[in-house]
Design a protein around this ligand. Structure first.
Ligand code: SF4
Ligand code: SF4
Length: 132
C-alpha cells in the first residue's frame, strides 16, 4: 500500500496497525531515507545521553589505541597518532573503550555522569583512579 500517496495520518486500515486512530507504526513507513546533509552527525551532542563516562589515566596508558578501534562514536581523541583523551561531546558512555583497554589496572574507568559533570577533568581522574 502506498502510504504517502494516501496521506495517512493515523494507521486505520494500514497493514501493521493494531489500534485505530494511533500514529503510523514502523511497518507502515516507506523503506529508505535520504540524508541531505552528509556528516551532520558531528553537530549532534550525543554526550548528553550518558549515564556514565570514561575517564582516562595517561600515567598507565601504553598508547595501544585499542580504545580508539573499539569506540563506535570516534570519541577517543588522537593527537599526532597518540591517545589524547575523550571527546565528551560525542561519547555516549557505552563503556566499550574500558573493556578494550589491556593495561592492568585499566587506563580507562567509568564513573557516574552525575559525579563527573560537576568536576574538572583532573578531579575526575583523581576520583576514578584513587589518586591523592
Ligand atoms: S564510552 Fe563508548 S562512546 Fe565513550 S569513548 Fe568509550 S567507547 Fe567511545
Ligand atoms: S586502550 Fe587503554 S592503554 Fe590503549 S590507548 Fe586506550 S587508554 Fe591507552
Amino acid at each position: 500500500m502506498d502510504v504517502k500517496k494516501k496521506n495517512f495520518k493515523v494507521c486505520n486500515d494500514v497493514p501493521g496497525c493494531s489500534d485505530n486512530n494511533q500514529l503510523l507504526g514502523w511497518r507502515s513507513l516507506e523503506i529508505g531515507a535520504i540524508v541531505i546533509d552528509p556528516g551532520n552527525s558531528r553537530v549532534y551532542e550525543t554526550g548528553t545521553w550518558r549515564a556514565e563516562q570514561p575517564v582516562w589515566n595517561s600515567d598507565t596508558c601504553i598508547d595501544c589505541m585499542l580504545c580508539w578501534v573499539g569506540c563506535p562514536d570516534t570519541a577517543i581523541k588522537v593527537k599526532d597518532g597518540h591517545m589524547a583523551g575523550i571527546d565528551y561531546f560525542a561519547c555516549k558512555g557505552c563503556g566499550i573503550c574500558v573493556e578494550q583497554c589491556p593495561t592492568k589496572p585499566n587506563s580507562l574507568v567509568m564513573i557516574p555522569e552525575d559525579t563527573a559533570k560537576e568536576l574538572e577533568i583532573p578531579e575526575r581522574v583523581k576520583i576514578a583512579f584513587n589518586k591523592e
